[in-house]
Design a protein around this ligand. Structure first.
Ligand code: M6R
Length: 357
């Protein structure tokens, strides 16, 4: 039930702090040890390369998952779009482990890959919001995202939940390999939940940003570097899906290789700046588009911010920043769609679960 909420999407955005806290709770026992099937730990220990397979928003979570697993557990990861992997399978490593990410657990493109790799004799782990779903049943192992039912077609809380579970998995894989993390992951996830909560209280600011930047525009660009680029892809997908504004996410450094030709006077460019090591370079990319007339909307992380930034999110551990920086993007898309009189929860041409290839 959506209760007092006008739309499921808004309700589901607001639920994110609770979802992250719920995950933190579900994945710990009373002694604060992480609860994870030992076979999953072993599978992460035995593999020489992880292949993450997913579609849409879950694919975007998988891109962040690559960073999490590579950075924390030092295991090489490739993230693939399921429908591409299906017909253009890359050369596999000697001991591949497949991770399927799917909110519904019923996505046909992902299932097609699962069937194929099982035939080849490889192991699969499914991260899903629906245990008992096809992808969960047919994989060797399942991790539950505990996000509760997601009704809006545009995925929000399932995405942040997927990334939280990927972080826990990466942390456990690190531990299993004897790599000591220099931070307390569970504590950092709790900080993320608190940051999300403060963002949910800043809706008016984000509604204003949606009005200022997206009220009448035909198109919009999202730029970032590293994980900010991946979050930009998700921000663009959200905006496209529900507001029908043509939106694209780009790696900051890639713009000048072609896309910058599309920048006109007033083109909204939403730039993410949550990563210290690329803060200067992404700001340099913003200058490049501003020089061509773009209307820049910088969303930065506290501590890396500049006076002219449109919105500053609270500081969290850099590798977990996508869980926080996506929230303003979800809300900006929501308000842009609302102001354009779009059907937020049921956008045209889309289904919640895509069960055809
Ligand atoms: O259920 P899944 O996570 O497998 O679904 C994958 C995509 O169809 C899904 O994320 C889609 O892109 C959403 N509508 C995005 O908001």
């Amino acid at each position: 039930e959506k209760g007092t909420y006008a739309h499921y999407m808004l309700k589901e955005i607001d639920e994110q702090p609770f979802v992250i806290r719920n995950i933190v709770q579900k994945y710990q026992d009373e002694n604060h040890n992480i609860v994870l099937d030992n076979d999953i730990r072993q599978a992460m220990l035995n593999t020489d390369r992880v292949y993450i397979i997913a579609c849409g928003t879950s694919y975007h979570a998988g891109l962040v998952g690559k960073q999490l697993i590579e950075n924390l557990a030092n295991i090489p990861v490739e993230t693939h779009i399921a429908s591409e992997f299906m017909y253009n399978m890359p050369l596999l490593s000697e001991k591949p482990l497949f991770i399927f990410i799917s909110q519904s657990g019923e996505t046909a493109d992902s299932r097609g890959v699962l069937v194929n790799i099982k035939e080849l004799g490889h192991k699969a782990l499914t991260i899903t919001n629906v245990p008992g779903s096809t992808l969960s049943r047919e994989a060797d192992y399942t991790l539950h995202t505990y996000a509760g039912p997601e009704i809006a077609v545009a995925s929000t809380k399932a995405y942040t939940a997927q990334m939280a579970v990927l972080a826990i998995l990466a942390g456990e894989a690190a531990k299993a390999k004897g790599i000591a993390l220099d931070f307390d992951l569970i504590k950092e996830l709790s900080i993320v939940a608190n940051a999300m909560e403060t963002l949910c209280d800043r809706k008016e600011e984000l509604e204003q940003i949606a009005k200022d930047f997206l009220a009448t525009t035909r198109n919009a660009f999202f730029i970032g570097r590293g994980i900010d680029f991946y979050v930009g892809l998700e921000g663009a997908l959200k905006l496209k899906e529900i507001s029908y504004i043509q939106a694209e996410g780009f790696a900051g450094g890639e713009l000048k290789h072609g896309t910058i030709a599309l920048i006109e006077k007033g083109t909204p460019v939403i730039a993410l700046a949550t990563q210290k090591h690329v803060n200067l370079s992404i700001r340099g990319n913003v200058k490049e588009v501003v020089a061509r007339g773009a209307n820049p909307c910088i969303i930065s992380m506290d501590g890396l911010n500049d006076e002219s930034d449109a919105f500053v999110v609270p500081a969290v551990h850099e590798i977990l920043s996508p869980l926080v920086s996506v929230l303003p993007l979800q809300l900006i898309s929501y308000y842009a769609a609302l102001h354009r009189d779009c059907d937020v929860d049921k956008p045209r041409n889309l289904a919640k679960s895509v069960t055809v290839e």
